[in-house]
Design a binder for this molecule. Sequence first.
Ligand code: NAP
Length: 262
Amino acid sequence: MTSIKSRKSDLLHVVITGASSGIGAACAEIFARSGHTLILGARRLDRLETLAPHLRSLGAADVWVGELDVTKLASIEQFQLESQSRFGGVDVLINNAGLAAGLDPVATGSDDDWEAMMNTNVLGLLKVSRAFLKGMIAANHGHIFNMGSIAGFHTYAKGAAYAGSKHAVRAISGALRQELTGTAIRISEIDPGMVETEFSLVRLGDQAKADEVYRGMTPLTAADVAECVYFAATRPPHVNIDHIVLMPTDQSSIGLVHRRPT
Ligand SMILES: NC(=O)c1ccc[n+]([C@@H]2O[C@H](COP(=O)([O-])OP(=O)(O)OC[C@H]3O[C@@H](n4cnc5c(N)ncnc54)[C@H](OP(=O)(O)O)[C@@H]3O)[C@@H](O)[C@H]2O)c1
């Protein structure tokens, strides 16, 4: 088993939740290009298995993929144990797994949608953090990234549960940073505006409706967000990037998007 202290400090063991798509997959690519080791989880294992050889070809030192459902404690514990037995310590945990489900006002909202968002974006993030924090605290080493959103700073009609879940992510990031004061563990939150991924397809369940979300504007790409994560992860150990908020130039707030005629 490799221990953190015996490894070269510039080669990281990076855990990414929700690495089968979008921002998580882009984070995996950027860390792969610099030769780091990737430990990737998501529910769609077939997607991760397709991604793994690509990441090795980009230069990843090692890639391990495992089925992970962050809404299920047993799945999280199994994933963490497997990661520990294969790689020992973890340097970077990217809590990226998340989703928006539906776009309904509270008056007609669905229990299934609310539970999916809260169980994934809030409780899943907490439980994955707890699972990996034990080793990080023992080693006095590690960096946790929480994928927030500008919906963690603002509210919008028909987005109560999603914005609520991302406000919770911001509260968790702040509390964690305070709990870990005096340790070497860093907590960073990345808060993007509109990013074109599978996010809107998952939310709306229809490709035409998802395409309409980005009509006439230039959204962020998943790679734009991954670059922010990578920047924060590669600062010297005495520097903690608390938050990075990044927006498409065409978007100045949740509801204010400049669209060109199409
Ligand atoms: N796109 C945006 O505009 C935007 C803006 C701000 C913040 N974000 C945040 O960015 C993060 C990534 O979203 P994305 O835009 O990259 O969307 P995406 O392309 O739909 O990717 C979401 C990822 O989360 C994973 N996931 C969902 N539920 C999961 C679960 N229960 N267990 C494990 N993995 C799960 C999915 O994998 P499986 O389905 O294979 O499990 C997928 O890999 C989310 O936290 C989202 O809230 C997105």
